[in-house]
Design a binder for this molecule. Structure first.
Ligand code: C2E
Ligand code: CA
Length: 602
């Protein structure tokens, strides 16, 4: 006989020896066990729940009999339980399982359970005995320890370890060519050690915690600032406290170095505001270093080192500033940010101008419409071409406002000509739309509004889209275009024959016309193969009932050939370069007068 203690154990021993009252034995053990013990039949119906249920989950046996065990289990864990029960029934062995169950007070408890099986006389499994142990407190402690090992206790931010982990992940993605370029910002508070020494570490800690909050707020702001005008979630970022007075930020996707620079400057501005600590006002500033991922990096950590080196340079230059690791890149990014702020002012001061280039029917020589082309009338530098500033306008979030101004001005101008010049009722205006502009959430709405305001017939507005529209955000573009098409706005595919997905764009977009890429037209007379390409494009256009427009027509011989192979329309210096509205109106008058005179003579 084993060395058992106490009367109850002795009682158990005797019963087992007798081998008779197994049920009674079961009851005594379960009634007294710390763990929750349940007996269920093969259908999962409750046959018995031990008293520990009341203590751990708050339900009395009577209450339990009225509730479904399954419904108390966390929905995400139910499948796991079903699987385990099925396995226990078929194999006779239950494996250890963790799941969450609801306490009567509504909170979740975590249980660890093992199931055993009871067989009937035929040897079939008839019941399951489930022993559940409450491991909620242990789990909580484990989670807390896990969180603590990846977070900084003062700011609650990710720590160096978690940051490096994230950095390596993003680095790998970018290196395998699946991910975009990323940036690392290293933020180091200026003269913080001296500050700590004079003010005391408790004040220092409070400043650090507040810096963490301000940095977080900057990133959230940047995240939302990136949204209007499309490109959702362009700036997903990870902020961490590296240690001491050093913070790091990983911006997972950037389009241009100036994006990272903009975040850096936003941070400098946020830190410049006074801190109120223990009733005292204190001021701080930071040296920020920025590095972009490059092919020269072998590990993600290399980018962090570059960023730190740049921060040291910022510090050496007096602090309170933001430096890019690559000095040439730094100069470009600064130039870019300057350009962006000038552009913002240009929009307010109305320095943009629209020029108009006639689109001519090759057969008759009649002007059928104009392409609107934007220019920037810079006070110091004269007329600036769109290639030099449109990308910057897009990146700085000015795209939607600029695009709307262009559309409205073009539509108003056409409406003005219609009213001023009889015979111009059929003229069209073509307006270029970039993919990001089209993807902007308010684009279709903006077009509707402008058509309504100006009263222009929708079929006289032709939107020129590049093929990348079909590529980029295909589904979105399709739904926006469908909406515009339902208004009867016309759609032209720009630069046809230039890219690699022109044919895909032809299939996807609801087109009315295609514009043939300028280099193709330029080379048509000199290069036999190009000529054949051009003829093919025109044939495709005719088959699909799309108008074909040749861009960059510069000579009478080109006009002749284009007309001979059936191209519908032409645009280029041969007819006229883009000109301002007054000159375009003059062209129209000469042209309509000329046409009228020709008609008179006949
Ligand atoms: P694009 O849409 O391909 O516009 C045609 C460009 O070719 C214009 O340059 C025009 O001046 C030029 N061009 C026209 N005929 C000839 C010719 O016979 N010979 C030569 N060498 N060039 C000719 P521009 O105005 O500098 O515009 C450049 C690009 O900027 C445009 O290319 C267009 O993609 C973009 N763009 C211009 N205005 C706007 C706008 O309002 N919105 C948007 N989103 N993009 C615009
Ligand atoms: Ca165009």
């Amino acid at each position: 006989m084993p060395a058992l203690l106490g009367a109850q154990q002795f009682h158990i021993y005797r019963m087992r020896r007798d081998g008779k009252k197994r049920d009674e034995l079961f009851q005594i053990v379960t009634e007294n066990a710390a763990d929750m013990i349940a007996l269920v039949d093969v259908k999962g119906r409750r046959l018995y729940n031990s008293p520990a249920y009341k203590r751990i989950l708050g339900y009395s046996p009577a209450e339990l009999s009225e509730t479904s065990a399954f419904e108390q289990i966390h929905p995400d864990d139910r499948y796991k339980i079903l699987e385990a029960a099925r396995e226990a029934r078929s194999t006779g062995v239950g494996k250890k399982l963790e799941y969450r169950i609801r306490h009567k007070d509504g909170s979740w408890r975590v249980l660890e359970s093992v199931a055993g099986t009871i067989r009937d006389q035929n040897g079939d499994v008839s019941k399951l005995v489930i022993v559940n142990r409450d491991i909620t407190d242990r789990k909580r402690a484990e989670e807390q320890a896990e969180h603590n090992s990846f977070h900084d206790s003062l700011t609650g931010l990710p720590n160096r370890r978690l940051f490096l982990d994230r950095l390596e992940h993003v680095f790998e993605r970018s290196r395998r060519g699946h991910g975009p370029q990323f940036a690392v910002l290293f933020v180091d508070l200026d003269r913080f050690k001296a500050f700590n020494d004079t003010m005391g570490t408790s004040v220092g800690d409070q400043v650090i915690a507040e810096v963490g909050r301000r940095l977080g707020a900057c990133l959230r702001e940047e995240d939302t600032a990136a949204r209007p005008g499309g490109d959702p979630g362009a700036h997903h970022a990870v902020l961490s406290r590296l240690g001491g007075d050093e913070f790091t930020i990983l911006i997972e996707a950037i389009r241009d170095p100036s994006d990272a620079m903009r975040v850096g400057q936003r941070i400098l501005a946020a830190l410049a505001a006074l801190f109120l600590v223990e009733g005292r006002e204190v001021q701080t500033s930071a040296s920020i270093g920025i590095a972009l991922s490059t092919a020269a990096h072998i590990r993600g950590e290399d980018a962090l080192q570059d960023a730190e080196a740049a921060a040291r340079r910022a510090q050496a230059l007096g602090g309170g500033r933001c430096e890019l690791y690559d000095e040439a890149m730094h100069a470009r990014a600064v130039g870019r940010l300057k350009l962006e702020s000038e552009l913002r002012a240009a929009l307010e001061k109305q320095e943009f101008r629209l020029f108009y280039q006639p689109i001519v029917q090759l057969e008759s020589g009649d002007i059928r419409g104009f392409e609107a082309l934007v220019r920037w009338q810079h006070p110091g530098q004269g007329l600036i071409s769109p290639d030099k500033f449109l990308a910057a306008a897009e990146d700085s979030g000015l795209l939607a406002a600029t695009g709307e101004w262009i559309l409205r001005t073009a539509c108003r101008q056409l409406q003005h000509w219609t009213e001023a010049m009889p015979g111009s009722e059929a003229l069209a205006v073509a307006v270029n739309v970039s993919p990001r502009q089209l993807a902007g959430e308010r684009f279709a709405h903006g077009v509707e509004k402008i058509l309504w305001e100006t009263g222009l017939a929708p079929e006289r507005l032709h939107l020129e889209l590049g093929e990348s529209v079909a590529d980029a955000e295909a589904q979105l573009a399709e739904s926006v275009l469908a909406r515009l098409k339902s208004l009867h706005v016309r759609v032209t595919l720009d630069d046809f024959g230039a890219g690699h997905s022109s044919l895909a764009a032809l299939q996807r977009l609801p087109l009315d016309a295609v514009k043939i890429d300028r280099p193709l037209v330029a080379a048509m007379l000199a290069d036999r193969r190009r000529m054949e390409m051009l003829e093919l494009i025109i044939t495709i256009g005719q088959r699909l009932r799309l108008k074909t427009i040749a861009v960059g027509v510069e000579s009478a011989r080109q006009v002749e050939r284009l007309r001979a192979i059936g191209c519908d329309l032409g645009q280029g210096y041969y007819f006229s370069p883009p000109v301002d509205a007054a000159a375009a109106e003059k062209l129209l008058r000469q042209h309509t007068l000329g046409a009228a005179r020709a008609a008179d003579a006949r």
